[in-house]
Design a protein. Sequence first.
Length: 202
Amino acid sequence: MSESQTIIALAGDPGGARAIIPVIRNLKQPVKLYAYHQALELFTKDLPHITCHILPPNAGDEEALAIIKAEAASLILSASSINTVNWEKYFFRAAKQANIPSIAVLDFWTSYRERFEINPGMLDACPDRIAVMDSKAKTDMIAEGFQPETIKVCGQPALDSLLEQRSPSFKDDKKALSQKINSDGTVFVLFVSQPMREFYEI
């Protein structure tokens, strides 16, 4: 792909947005950002140098295809969402109509079929490639009916990007913390949850 070709990147749910933000930062090609729901806030905050277009609540094949044509897009890079709008699914279908490639980046290990179905049981909204977190995700998706050749194990970009935030003294800090934790035999448990309260009423 040449550097002059345009990529449409989009997301709706916060986890998916966080997964593709590190990917977008590393792209050399021009990127057109589209978002709805909580992804709009995250894209605006973390990618301030790129104008983010708001997707309306009326998602559909024709609407997605119109955006692809208007942007003269050559690739769809998308998160996957499970919500009441699901723009990503329509962009995957529209990409096939426009004869351009599409790729989804997964961020979590559940609800695989729901992410790529408009009609239940049909898997009728699949992209050309699905980047998954690990081999377990790939194995589980194949068992659920996905084509093996479309699934690529690439890691979770949002988690991988945490490595960039390590301090130069990371190894020494890790060793000191390990010695402190294990000094008296105390067992420590780290629980890391999703920040649901930031985006939903709970």
